[in-house]
Design a protein around this ligand. Structure first.
Ligand code: CUA
Length: 192
């Protein structure tokens, strides 16, 4: 005669084999999910060149304007002896200094940024150029622009009340135009 106790019926249903099978299926499902997530990281990292910054450089955030590579006269675009360009920005609540830079097209460009106060975001619109700008550290990002044009450079890390208005511009110009520009013209691109 069949038992009328609900617990007995449950244990008859949940045999060891049944439980074992169920757990095994969940194990495979989790392994598959992990595998998919890992593949997404690897594929996007390789295809879109998304990767964390590899260098760790520190700098004193309170004396940026007094000494070192981020003094005002050193900001903006500079051409290195090998023909590449280095662009330096200071991020602070709530602006980038300078507000706009010109860079030559088709030239290896190294962006170097640091923050004078809180964490800001560095992002050049329509590109994969993106990094956090953390006070005390230098963000070093290398890129190259294939075509001329104007790119917006909004702060993409919430940094306070004025975050939404914090943005600079990167104007990519033909090489000759860049060479003929004065140092002032390289960090001022006209009205916004
Ligand atoms: Cu700076 Cu958001």
């Amino acid at each position: 005669m069949a038992s009328t106790n609900p617990n007995d019926r449950l244990s008859a249903l949940l045999t060891e084999e049944f439980i074992d099978q169920g757990e095994r299926r969940w194990l495979y499902a989790m392994a598959a999910i992990l595998g998919i997530m890992l593949a997404v990281i690897v594929i996007t990292g390789m295809a879109q060149m998304l990767h964390p910054l590899s260098s760790v450089e520190t700098i004193a955030p309170t004396t940026l304007h007094l000494q070192g590579e981020f003094v005002e006269s050193n900001l903006g675009t500079a051409i290195e002896p090998d023909g590449s360009a280095t662009v330096r920005f200071v991020a602070e609540q709530y602006m980038f200094v300078p507000q706009c830079v010109k860079v030559p097209v088709g030239t290896p460009i190294r962006f170097r940024l640091t923050s004078a106060d809180v964490v800001h975001g560095f992002f050049v619109g329509e590109t994969n150029t993106n990094a956090m700008v953390v006070p005390g550290f230098i963000s070093d990002v290398r890129t190259q622009f294939a075509r001329t044009g104007e790119y917006k450079m909004p702060c993409d890390e919430f940094c306070g009340y004025g975050h939404h208005a914090m943005a600079a511009r990167v104007v990519v110009v033909p090489k000759e135009e860049f060479q003929n520009a004065t140092p002032e013209e390289r960090v001022s691109c006209g009205a916004q």
